[in-house]
Design a protein around this ligand. Sequence first.
Ligand code: ADP
Ligand code: MG
Length: 307
Amino acid sequence: MTTLSDLEAQATRHKPAFGEHAHILCDNLVRIYKTEGVEVVALQGLDLLIEKGELIAIVGASGSGKSTLLNVLSGLDIPTAGLARVAGMDLLSMTAKDRLHYRRSVVGFIWQQTARNLLPYLTARENVMLPMKLAGKKAGRDRADELLELLGVADCAPRRPGQMSGGEQQRVAIAVALANSPEVILADEPTGELDSDTSEEVFGALRRANRELGVTAVIVTHDPLVSEQVDRTVGIRDGRTSSETLRRTSEDGDVIAEEYAVLDRVGRLQLPRDFTNALEMERRVRLELERDHIGVWPAGAGEENGE
Ligand code: ADP
Ligand code: MG
């Protein structure tokens, strides 16, 4: 006799593990900060899958956990629980030696504060050569110049950060992040201190790095128009992924960005707060399966008259 648990076992056997082939995998990621006895849950069971070579933006209100997520992915911070894997490396269990290698050669990072990305007493070229030296590679002057060229800042090579504009400094910072040919680059609000024209140039440079070098790029941003420029925009709310906007080009060549809610593996869904507020939905809702959609009603609505 086939029991229910046999069927379940069979079903899991044929189903690949969650995110088995993803380049970046976060599975039920939790990060709790403890300060003076108070716990702040910055990530509360975040799931995220990113394919190799994708260019994605992460958006969300201040305090939603974006920087916490990027710090985990960069190997700077260790999550409290869950699974985080990048390019096949497990970020929770790796050794100190692996972590150092990971941070030098597998990921590149760009901070919002332009001053934090570059050493002020080195030229742009020397800044790009520095990570190669630290990784024990022959300092590649030619490679540094190639990267600066790719990002449109070749003329900055002999200049120090103080002699460059904010946008130029951020583009040089991208070259620094790319110096050791990482698999992934992470940028935390790289255009946060820049005006919109300059932001556009920095974004263009990130896109070029993604397209020309095939590097997977994850960019945290406040700019709502960014979703038209990336493959996918992931919205984070309260430490969880809540929405995804996919960009596609219509038949007549228009770029269309469509927003979806994220459905997690066990079927959980986050309803947008303005929707639930508009219908005064709280704590409980009534669901109904229709032929081609699922209806969600405020608890109590339509129940009495058997609607
Ligand atoms: P975002 O980058 O989206 O603005 P963060 O990841 O910086 O959000 O923060 C998420 C939450 O975690 C916030 O409530 C923040 O106050 C808290 N937090 C972040 N870093 C720390 C820390 N080092 N110690 C304590 N709480 C923190
Ligand atoms: Mg932040």
